[in-house]
Design a protein around this ligand. Structure first.
Ligand SMILES: *[C@@H]1O[C@H](CO)[C@@H](O)[C@H](O)[C@H]1NC(C)=O
Ligand SMILES: *[C@@H]1O[C@H](CO)[C@@H](O)[C@H](O)[C@H]1NC(C)=O
Length: 735
């Protein structure tokens, strides 16, 4: 084969079986049209309550129909990518570019240092020339305990990296690896021996030391003497008031920085940017921008990978995969970032809290990829540095990789630390384009999404890469409330984009294709789903109690489009779910979570964001805890719903609506079965079925209210409040 024969570094496959899909979509469209005809034709003009309920229901249906139509756009033509790493290695092994890896952590209490260093170690152990890897930990908590843990990780990496290389083990996060081997018997005696030593004598003892100091809450003096870095913590330094702390723990250029086999180590840097009262620190976006600047001084690699501190690397080849997309001669010229979908380690079989995002990750993101590229979701994403810093697309913007990239600074580590500090100072960004035209954007809870969006508006595209062996695995929320709170932030932030000047239709107009604008809208309008859903879960049951008929009679042909659309939509959703290796119960759980998110998270996200844009409230940012106590973990593993000990508005809403539907169901069943009263079943059938389905989906809530006695059940104050509320609504309807 000649020098000039072009072989691509990656290929793109289009999903199969689309014709069948379009038949399904077409039949749905017909059903939907018929529903609309029915609603208009049978509109009750002057019947007070019925007119209102009918109109509301029709509006809710119209909302769902529009939303469904929009989601079809990302199912239009999903694409799937695969890479050829052998070709990459063959062509570029000698000139592979440097990679700067940013890990962000914000709180040593909620994000335990042992977890953070596991992530760091898994990233340092990538199958990639170590002298070209640079790992930066940004600690917004400014905690010397975190610094200490990283120092321990520095020592441990000297053993861990050669061990990973020698036995080619996977995954390379020590705790995950060690807990996975309990299940396997291996034949390799030398591996077993070495592993035992590293695990027991090194890893576990290290964890003990770290946790001891965590419990102590500070670093003892004799440890402080071991590294000059501790001197950076002045006696009065606190979380929100301290100078910049920048320490190069491993200097990859230093010939003495080698592992036990004499091979070079990746550069490892600790950064806690300056915090002062009165300066807004802009959360994670601010941390990322400080990292971009500081790293430009130290390693300045052309590729940046950004991961959250709980997202360890589960695939040591991810860097090489990503480079296949950046370094292809013909297809790479407009690619700005490679986004890996977010997956979690902590998922139980039936995924009680719907954390897996099966359909979003496996169907929607590949669909958006085809429309112009997935959203940047803030973790598990490889960026080109120049583009992240604001470069505008032009035809000749390919980097010449053959030239060798990344400057090697000659200055000493000490000097780099001193000069780098200024770049992470509070006042550095004043009157600068950072947070606006450069780096990550400020002012929104989902700043990453806006950043990715504006990159595309500058003419670039992005890629979704989703290998079977996942690139990154994080820690999923383990209680209902945590999950709902996380979604409040996501959906609220997304909705804020819609209301801001970054609204895809306005900001993206003329810059990105319409289909990509609409793809963004799907997520921007997550929160807005709350109104239609709340209407649909309350009003039909309410009208059932009042004796108002809202759906066609069972004997009328109009019942067909309703039942068709409903059954086929859910059958298809079940099929999609099972196709991607879900379980039936998992699907049932997933449907429940979507319902609860819409009833609570989205409600708060929606109205909270509206209030905020009217100036009533300020932006706040909640870190989801990555630790759970023993009881909670156990219930999580047994898939028992955790409602949390405190009374929360979210749980009250869920319990009240659940109970209200239950009361309605009991009332109607009693009339139908026991009293044998003449309920006009023909007319009420659909309403009763809907009500019955709402009771079935809420079974875990009823268990939490009445049957369970453990600590995770619904607190009695919530039970009483929701009982009273639900009973009041019932009485209101009946009398
Ligand atoms: C994580 O990596 C391990 C080891 O290679 C693999 O067996 C496992 O399937 C991966 N997990 C996921 C979710 O891809
Ligand atoms: C995550 O799952 C693992 C294994 O199932 C468990 O040991 C750990 O405690 C879980 N983490 C949390 C935060 O629940």
């Amino acid at each position: 084969m000649g020098e000039n024969d072009y072989l691509p570094l990656f290929e793109t496959r289009v999903a199969k079986g689309r014709l069948l899909y379009w038949l399904y979509a077409l039949s749905m469209l017909i059903g939907i049209a018929l529903i609309c005809v029915y609603r208009v034709k049978h509109f009750p003009p002057n019947e007070q309550l019925k007119t209102w309920a009918w109109t509301g229901l029709f509006m809710a249906e119209l909302w769902y129909i529009s939303y469904w139509l929009v989601t079809q756009l990302v199912r239009f033509n999903p694409v799937y990518r695969s890479t050829f790493k052998d070709r990459l290695s063959h062509r570029y092994e000698e000139v592979l570019p440097g990679i700067d890896i940013f890990v962000c952590t914000a709180d040593a209490e909620l994000e335990p240092p042992v977890m953070v260093i596991n992530t760091v170690l898994s990233l340092m152990a990538y199958d990639y020339p170590p002298e070209k890897l640079n790992v930066y930990l940004s600690d917004d908590g400014g905690s010397e305990l975190m610094f200490y843990a990283l120092l321990e990780a520095t020592r441990f990496s000297k053993l861990w990296l050669p061990f990973c290389r020698k036995f080619n083990i996977e995954p390379r996060a020590p705790s995950v690896y060690f807990s996975s081997i309990v299940k396997t018997h291996d034949i390799d005696v030398s591996l077993a021996k070495e592993r035992q030593y590293i695990k027991v004598k090194q890893y576990e003892e290290m964890n003990e030391r770290i946790n001891e100091n965590m419990n102590l809450g500070r670093i003892p003096d004799e440890l402080r003497k071991q590294h000059k870095g501790f001197r950076e913590w002045e006696s009065n330094a606190s979380r929100s008031n301290h100078q910049t702390i920048l320490q190069i723990l491993i200097d990859g250029r230093d010939p003495n920085a080698v592992d036990t086999e004499g091979k070079p180590l990746p550069t490892l840097v600790y950064l806690a940017r300056e915090k002062r009262p009165g300066y807004h620190h802009n959360f994670k976006a601010g941390a990322m921008n400080a990292l971009i600047r500081v790293s430009s001084r130290i390693s300045n690699s052309p590729i940046i990978l950004n991961v959250d501190c709980d997202q360890y690397s589960n695939n040591s080849e991810s860097v090489r995969d990503a480079l296949c997309f950046f370094m292809d001669d013909e297809q790479s010229h407009n690619i700005a970032y490679i986004q890996y979908p977010q997956y979690f380690d902590n998922i139980t079989k039936n995924d009680l809290y719907g954390n897996y995002f099966r359909v979003v990750n496996e169907v929607e993101l590949p669909g958006i990829d085809a429309n112009g590229g997935p959203l940047y979701i803030g973790s598990g994403c490889f960026h080109r540095r120049d583009i992240l810093c604001g470069k505008i697309y032009e035809r000749e913007s390919m980097i010449n990789w053959k030239k060798g990239n990344g400057i090697r600074v000659k200055e000493s580590a000490n000097l780099l630390e001193e000069t780098g500090k200024i770049l992470a100072g509070c006042s550095y960004e004043e009157n600068s384009p950072w947070g606006k035209e450069m780096g990550l954007k400020y002012g929104c809870p989902v700043e990453d999404v806006i950043t990715g969006f504006s990159i595309k508006c500058r003419g670039w595209r992005s890629i979704c890469f989703n290998p079977k062996k996942r690139g990154f695995l994080g820690v999923a929320p383990t209680t209902l409330l945590q999950s709902l709170i996380q979604h409040t932030r996501w959906s609220g932030g997304q909705f804020q984009i819609f209301l801001s000047k970054y609204c895809p239709f306005i900001y993206g107009y003329g810059k990105i294709p319409l289909k990509l604008q609409i793809s963004y809208i799907i997520y921007n309008l997550w929160a807005a789903n709350c109104v239609a859903t709340l209407f649909y879960v309350v009003i039909p049951s309410f009208c059932l109690l009042k004796g108002i008929i809202l759906f066609p009679q069972l004997s009328s042909p109009w019942v067909l489009p309703f039942t068709y659309v409903f059954t086929v939509k859910y059958a298809y959703s079940l099929y999609e779910f099972l196709w991607f290796e879900g379980t039936l119960k998992g699907w049932y759980n997933d449907q429940r979570m979507w319902l609860y998110k819409r009833m609570t998270s989205y409600l708060y996200g929606f109205f909270g964001t509206i209030m905020r844009s009217l100036g009533f409230a300020k932006l706040n940012f909640v870190i989801t805890s990555k630790i759970a106590d023993y009881d909670v973990s156990r219930r999580f593993e047994q898939e028992i719903m955790e409602f949390g000990a405190d009374s929360s508005m979210f749980i009250i809403i869920i319990a009240t609506i659940g109970l209200f539907n239950l009361f309605t169901f009991i009332w109607i069943s009693e009339r139908v079965i026991i009293n044998r009263q003449s309920v006009d079943l023909d007319s009420y059938a659909l309403q009763i079925i809907l009500n019955g389905l709402l009771v079935i989906i809420n079974i875990p809530v009823f268990q939490g209210l009445f049957l369970r006695k453990d600590k995770g059940c619904i607190p009695s104050s919530v039970t009483i409040e929701s009982l009273i509320l639900a009973a009041t609504v019932c009485l209101l309807a009946l009398y």
